[in-house]
Design a binder for this molecule. Structure first.
Ligand SMILES: Cc1cc2nc3c(=O)[nH]c(=O)nc-3n(C[C@H](O)[C@H](O)[C@H](O)COP(=O)(O)OP(=O)(O)OC[C@H]3O[C@@H](n4cnc5c(N)ncnc54)[C@H](O)[C@@H]3O)c2cc1C
Length: 121
């Protein structure tokens, strides 16, 4: 319900703003609001091409991505509604040997099956 005073107001209803609002509420913040100038997900979020993985050179970002992937399952349980996510799987190809070191830890952190194949042979 609209009110004059909020504990926090999030500006922008993309995936980041929605996630901040969700986590504030989950952590007990009761009087929080979100302001969106257009409509929810009208920004970059609408354009996202469904690349959904936990691979990043920065282990903090990879951890955050892995957390997010698990969070969708929790949200389905909490809400009793499907979020419409279909995990189709995919391939990650390393262009050189050092790139395999970047890929492997993040793949393992998200329980992917890792198979190393040398395609140059
Ligand atoms: C073409 C494309 C493909 C992509 N593909 C992927 C992908 O496959 N996988 C992936 O993980 N990421 C992908 N991304 C990146 C991802 O979409 C963005 O990182 C993410 O959506 C950013 O979310 P956001 O909430 O920060 O921004 P946004 O989704 O842009 O949300 C910002 C919101 O704030 C609102 N807003 C702005 N200013 C104000 C204001 N003053 N008052 C009120 N509201 C305001 C806007 O209307 C908008 O709704 C892709 C991006 C693009 C453009």
């Amino acid at each position: 319900m609209p009110t004059k005073h909020y504990q926090a107001v999030v500006i922008g209803g993309g995936v980041v703003g929605a996630s901040i609002l969700y986590h504030l509420a989950r952590n007990g913040w009761k009087n929080v609001g979100l302001i969106e100038r257009a409509e929810l997900t009208a920004g970059s979020t609408w354009h996202a091409a469904a690349g959904f993985h936990a691979q990043n050179k920065d282990s903090n970002i990879a951890g955050l991505q892995a957390y997010t992937i698990k969070l969708y399952n929790e949200i389905e349980k909490e809400s009793g509604q499907s979020v419409g996510l279909k995990k189709t799987g995919g391939y990650s190809l390393a262009g050189n040997y050092s790139h395999t070191h970047t890929l492997t830890p993040s793949l393992i952190s998200y329980s992917h099956q890792v198979q190393k194949r040398d395609l140059t042979a």
